[in-house]
Design a protein around this ligand. Structure first.
Ligand code: SF4
Ligand code: SF4
Length: 291
């Protein structure tokens, strides 16, 4: 029999979960009911479901899922200030843009999931859930969200849970920290109180900073992001499209789901390099100043 929860209990549990996630380091928390994920895709900038439904559905990953909790953690501004210097190191962004934040997102989502289970609700922590798959068909069809994706689409979940909005660069922008955030999620059987979504696009209509700052011309003015060009990372992983796709196929399972996973964190070691492009699209985006 399906476990039920009263209105008062729902509000209390939801607030408890928000407080716990915040205490653990989340700067934004939101809840999306799984029904929101069933709405038809539309790919326009600022629309509620402007990311294609890549990866698995919440109910596929956790049978009986009713809510998706999304958390955002911040990347400190100093990380970008340092990353944009001409110094030949990618250590700081690699660590505090990826590695440490992956662990923090695992820590937050694991603890939230355990707390929900202590209350009787089966819950699945997703953590940072970075890209691990390549869908060539979506690349060839020119979809807004190009081929690289993880097992669960965190950016789509972030829009649907009101954590942020989609920007021209394809990143999620939160109200307080702009695009300087990383995302994680918990899928749960608990019927938590839904958060309101945020309407419209966060990007000023004339802003082209990310488009012009990307060394690979991976972002166009309509908000299409070419993940193949982005993956090349300023030429480090190839310069021609075929070279980049060939390199990509070494790291991502293009055909099946059983082989070729990307070892995310080896790329964050200083000297191996993590984004020699210096994540210019994120570093130059002014939305964190808006507040
Ligand atoms: S991460 Fe680098 S290559 Fe990719 S879109 Fe941003 S600036 Fe361009
Ligand atoms: S740089 Fe400008 S256009 Fe690009 S994501 Fe940020 S606000 Fe939007």
């Amino acid at each position: 029999m399906e476990k039920s929860i009263s209105g008062t209990e729902r509000h209390t549990l939801t607030q408890t979960i928000f407080d716990l996630a915040s205490d653990l380091g989340a700067v934004v928390v939101g809840i999306a009911p799984v029904d929101r994920f069933h709405a038809e895709n539309s790919h326009g900038l600022g629309s509620g479901s402007s990311y294609t439904a890549t990866g698995y559905a919440a109910e596929d990953l956790l049978p009986g899922a009713r809510s998706v909790l999304v958390v955002a953690v911040r990347i400190p501004h100093g990380v970008f200030a340092s990353s944009l210097t001409p110094l030949e190191t990618t250590y700081v962004f690699g660590n505090f843009g990826y590695v440490h934040l992956n662990r923090l997102l695992n820590h937050i989502t694991y603890n939230v999931a355990c707390h929900l289970e202590d209350q009787g609700w089966t819950s699945l922590p997703i953590g940072a859930c970075g890209a691990s798959r390549c869908d060539l068909q979506s690349y060839e069809e020119g979809l807004t969200i190009s081929p690289l994706h993880g097992i669960f689409n965190l950016k789509r979940a972030a829009v649907l849970s009101g954590v942020g909005r989609r920007t021209r660069s394809g990143l999620i922008a939160t109200s307080l920290h702009g695009t300087r955030v990383r995302l994680g999620a918990v899928i749960t059987a608990a019927d938590l109180v839904a958060s309101p979504m945020i309407e419209g696009t966060p990007c000023p209509s004339q802003c082209r900073i990310c488009v012009e700052s990307c060394p690979m011309n991976a972002i166009n003015v309509e908000g299409h992001v070419n993940h193949v060009a982005c993956f090349s990372d300023n030429g480090r992983r190839g310069t021609t499209e075929s070279e980049i796709l060939s390199e990509m196929s070494r790291a991502f399972p293009i055909i099946d789901t059983q082989s070729g996973y990307l070892a995310h964190e080896h790329a964050a070691i200083d000297g191996s390099g993590n984004r020699v492009c210096r994540a210019a699209c994120m570093a130059a985006c002014p939305l964190w100043k808006v507040g």
